[in-house]
Design a protein around this ligand. Structure first.
Ligand code: FAD
Length: 405
């Protein structure tokens, strides 16, 4: 290590998802890596494009299409460490990491926590044990395989009607995206196994599309019902057993597969490390996205409780995670020189979701104007948002690479 090396402050980024990668790329773009030594820690070698993950339920997608190989992507400007973050020792300015079975420590001057989300099971008995969750590409493939196995078993023994019943717990945007992909998969497998698609029942329970207004929520509900999905808005799961799901309203059903998309909470590393969190595990941050107790710890994305100008927590979306990462990278020059940057102000540009392969819905905000979109155009806009993100982190080269993958 030379003299110059010892005086460079150390920035450690925890998490290589939308927030962490956006921060890292923008810092490279702005030359922050020349002023500071930057390290990014992630538990896999890949940044998975979670917003596209549900597409793999219908058709297995090549990993290359929905993931970015971090060591190559970050290049030599940033040190990449594949490790699991165990805890943050905030008073000691250290992070405890685990590489395979070995624990080690990383020291930092500035820490950026971008560890994302985990499912929230709300302590519903049996849910964690019996439900699938769409967290990564592997989960999408498992859901696909499970449904295909159900068709194969039903083909051999059609008396097992329950095996063809799929229950999606959670009716927010992820639940709807998942339900619609499953509905698109049914005719494909029905053809393959010569089974009447009517043998399959897809049910969906939970609070229906709280992210959108009534106009879009009603549109989505009608569309899903036309697709044959049994939408039970407001029905809540009470407990899940191996052969039965019980609802709070005292009725029950026997599905062959339960997929849980009913809620998320922040990754628990920050909470376990003693940083101040809200009841969803999100770290409380100030207007510079710093945690309340340690001003050299910044928290972004799904594990931060950043608020809008009326004090409401911002949605846990890729859009905000990437925006916060970029904002922090842009502010890092000032932070490193001891100045105070302008406060972070999250701007909601809108949100789109796909509803199967042919439809979508969403909303776009332009200034004070709100534009609603439905149908195929909305689906294209969701795709466009994905490519816009790729463009923001990797320019035209990355967009073309993913288009050709
Ligand atoms: C099916 C689905 C569809 C979605 N669609 C949209 C959409 O259309 N638009 C939108 O804006 N948002 C969407 N979202 C939400 C979006 O994916 C999240 O808000 C976004 O991923 C949050 O980014 P992040 O950087 O905070 O976390 P993430 O992108 O989850 O990144 C966290 C990273 O930290 C790593 N990590 C976690 N724990 C550890 C540990 N202990 N040690 C080391 N590394 C760790 C993870 O592997 C991951 O790489 C969707 C989510 C899902 C599940």
């Amino acid at each position: 290590m030379n003299d110059k090396e010892t005086v460079r402050p150390r920035i450690v980024i925890l998490g290589g998802g939308y927030g962490g990668v956006s921060a890292a790329r923008e810092m490279i773009r702005r030359g922050v890596h020349k002023q500071a030594r930057i390290t990014l820690v992630n538990d896999s070698n890949f940044h998975y494009l979670t917003t596209l993950m549900h597409y793999a339920i219908l058709k297995p997608i090549d990993d290359e299409k929905v993931s970015i190989f971090l060591p190559e992507f970050l290049g030599s400007s940033i040190d990449f460490i594949r490790a699991t973050v165990v805890r943050i020792d905030a008073p000691g300015n250290r992070v405890v990491i685990k590489i395979r079975e070995n624990e080690g420590e990383l020291e930092y001057d500035y820490l950026i926590v971008a560890l994302g989300w985990e499912p929230d099971y709300y302590n519903i008995p049996g849910l964690k044990e019996h439900a699938f969750v769409l967290h990564d590409i592997q989960n999408a493939h498992e859901i696909h395989d499970h449904i295909e196995k159900a068709f194969a078993s039903y083909d051999k023994d059609p008396s097992q009607t329950w095996i063809m019943h799929i229950l999606i717990g959670g009716a927010s945007y992820t639940g709807i995206e998942i339900a619609a992909e499953v509905a698109d998969l049914v005719p494909v497998l029905a053809r393959k196994y010569s089974i009447d698609p009517a043998a399959v029942k897809i049910s969906m329970v939970g609070i229906f599309l709280p992210e959108f207004d009534n106009v879009l929520a009603n549109h989505a509900m009608n569309y899903l019902r036309q697709r044959g999905i049994d939408v039970r808005a407001g029905t809540m799961i009470e407990r899940v057993e191996a052969q039965e799901v019980k609802f709070q309203a005292d009725d029950a059903m026997r599905p062959g597969l339960v997929i849980w998309a009913g809620g998320i909470r922040a990754n628990d590393v920050a909470g376990r490390s003693g940083l101040e969190c809200d009841k969803k595990g999100r770290v409380v941050v100030d207007e510079l996205l710093r945690c309340t107790s340690h001003k050299n710890i910044f928290v972004i994305g799904d594990c931060a409780r950043a608020v809008d100008n009326s004090g409401r927590p911002l949605a846990q979306t890729a859009q905000f995670a990437a925006g916060q990462g970029e904002w922090l990278a842009r502010s890092m020059g000032k932070i490193l020189s001891g100045q105070t940057p302008k406060a972070y102000a999250g701007r909601n540009l809108g949100m789109f979701l796909s509803v199967g392969r042919k439809a979508g819905l969403g909303v776009l905000y332009v200034g004070k104007h709100k534009f609603r979109f439905t149908g195929y155009i909305a689906r294209l806009l969701k795709k466009g948002a994905g490519y816009r993100y790729l463009w923001s982190i990797g320019g035209v080269r990355l967009v073309v690479k993913k288009l050709l993958a």
